[in-house]
Design a protein around this ligand. Structure first.
Ligand code: AMP
Ligand code: MG
Length: 486
């Protein structure tokens, strides 16, 4: 099995990671291989699809050039700091340069214990493997920066969660797995030398343009803030709730990571949350912007020793950078939501229009994705019935529709429609469909999993033969809670 590894993380000082071999599994079976992604990574998809490839993707065989390791990191989980997290069930095989010239990590998840496993078994249940495959690939197809799914493998072993369940190994691809928590690892240990090594590494790998700035570390902070502010707005445009925005689950590259308890909303509500452990709604839909800023504040704190030798000046620099978050996030959010109703640049009155619609949706218990999709249809056909039917109280939306049509009066209709069509997906990975795929998968039937993945590869394209995947859940199909994917 040939993969052209070029491992830079393994060259970093040994406090950054622990070398560790994956632990073999008993009888691996390939469930799904992302051949397109393999090709983009310059890996021969046919080879990866062979028994040898399967041995690599299940952790049973170390490919040439791989220097497997578990990365060290800390993190704030639900606001409380854990100095010692790290890859407890993930092992970085190595890095490759993709055809796009970008360096990518290839990581196994569920491949056995590491020195960071604490009391965990280092394994993954098959359910979360399938979930991450579906959602991360759907996010990529939706255009959201995200880690990717290269492969899902059934291990043939049982793992013990709430009872015995089938195990799996997931292969994750990311521009890097460096998190805010990675910076916190060194900050918590007051290891300023290695903090600088890490910051320089991140700048070289993700933000090389920062090297030209007067203060590259200020530039790094600015870039990460900008990426995260935009990323969270992008999530929200699609009704996505990450669900576990701990600082160890926020990459510095700006890619979405960790699909444990995430969910796309069906019915819109700003306070919507799914994660069974997020009792106070810390990571609820409309709290995601403020929480991203909270996390970025923790990031800025780690950088203080690098920002300036004078602590007071460093704090001032950090505060100035953090103050820019809200402006970037809000304008991105406003433009993304305005686009959903066919408006290119969001003025104050346009934002009022959006907010009135969202309030009517929350009040009328309307399905987030269907409302915007049917608004496009309404603009095209002039018929408001399908959209109106989505609201419990149709009169609230009638007034809004009139105001909206008035706003679009002078706008080129085909342009508005094109903007709406590319801002409003037809298909999202609905929770009940994910659960359906997982349930069948746990019983050995992967057909629903494959079908769902295929539909979601073209989320903005109407696929009449798969129209049932557009539908909101029936009352008895509604998923009320999600659980962390351990
Ligand atoms: P997560 O909830 O996925 O963000 O994980 C938080 C921390 O728990 C990370 O350090 C993980 O590596 C660790 N962890 C989660 N599940 C397991 C497991 N089954 N075995 C060992 N460590 C785990
Ligand atoms: Mg995590």
């Amino acid at each position: 099995m040939h993969i052209s590894f070029d491992n830079t993380y393994a060259r970093l000082p040994d406090t950054f990671f622990a070398p560790i071999e994956p632990t073999p599994v008993s009888s691996p079976v390939m469930i799904r291989l992302n051949r397109d992604l393999a090709t983009e990574l310059g890996i021969d998809a046919a080879q990866l699809d062979s028994p040898e490839g399967l041995a690599v993707l299940s952790g049973n065989q170390r490919p040439d050039g791989s220097e497997p390791l578990a990365m060290a990191y800390s993190g704030h989980q639900f606001g409380g700091f854990s100095p010692q997290l790290g890859d407890g069930r993930a092992i970085l095989l190595g890095e490759v340069i993709g055809k796009d010239g970008i360096r990518y990590d290839i990581q196994l998840k569920g491949s056995g214990p590491t020195p960071f496993s604490r009391r965990g078994d280092g394994r993954s249940a098959l359910g979360p493997v399938l979930r991450e495959f579906i959602v991360s690939e759907a996010m990529a197809a939706l255009g959201v920066p995200t880690t990717r799914a290269l492969a899902a493998v059934a291990s043939g072993d049982k793992v013990f969660r709430e009872g015995a369940v089938p195990g799996g190994v997931f292969t994750r691809v990311a521009q890097s797995h460096i998190r805010i928590g990675t910076f916190q690892w060194f900050a918590a240990r007051q290891d300023h030398d290695n903090l600088k090594v890490l910051a320089d590494y991140v700048i070289a790998r993700h933000y090389p343009e920062a090297q030209q700035e007067e203060n590259p570390y200020c530039a790094l902070l600015d870039k990460v803030i900008e990426q995260q502010a935009g990323l969270v707005a992008h999530w929200m445009q699609l009704g996505f709730i990450h669900g576990v925005m701990n600082t160890d689950n926020m990459t510095v590259s700006g890619e979405t990571i960790d699909f444990g308890p995430c969910a796309f909303m069906d019915v819109y509500h700003p306070a919507k949350r799914f994660s069974s452990i997020d009792r106070e709604g810390r990571y609820a839909f409309s709290n995601q912007g403020p929480i991203a800023l909270w996390n970025l504040t923790r990031f800025a704190e780690t950088l203080l020793p690098l920002l300036n030798d004078d602590l007071e000046k460093a704090v001032a620099e950090a505060e100035a950078a953090l103050d820019r978050f809200s402006g970037i996030h809000q304008s991105s959010l406003q433009n993304r939501f305005a686009a959903k109703i066919g408006i290119e640049e969001c003025s104050t009155s346009d934002w009022n229009l959006v907010e009135t619609l969202l309030a009517a949706m929350a009040d009328g218990e309307a399905d987030f994705t269907l409302v915007f999709r049917h608004l496009s249809d309404a603009l095209e056909s002039g018929d408001d019935q399908t959209v109106t039917r989505l609201f419990n109280r149709p009169e609230t939306i009638a007034t809004w529709l009139k105001a909206w049509r008035g706003r679009l009066h002078d706008v080129d209709r085909s342009e508005a429609l094109a903007l709406m069509r590319r801002s409003n997906p037809v298909f999202i990975p609905r929770n009940h469909r994910i659960e359906e795929a997982i349930k069948a998968g746990n019983e050995g039937d992967f057909a629903p999993f494959h079908r769902l993945n295929e539909v979601l590869q073209h989320p903005f394209t109407s696929q009449p033969e798969h129209a049932e995947y557009e539908l909101a859940p029936a009352p008895d199909e509604v998923v009320q809670a999600t659980f962390c994917g351990t």
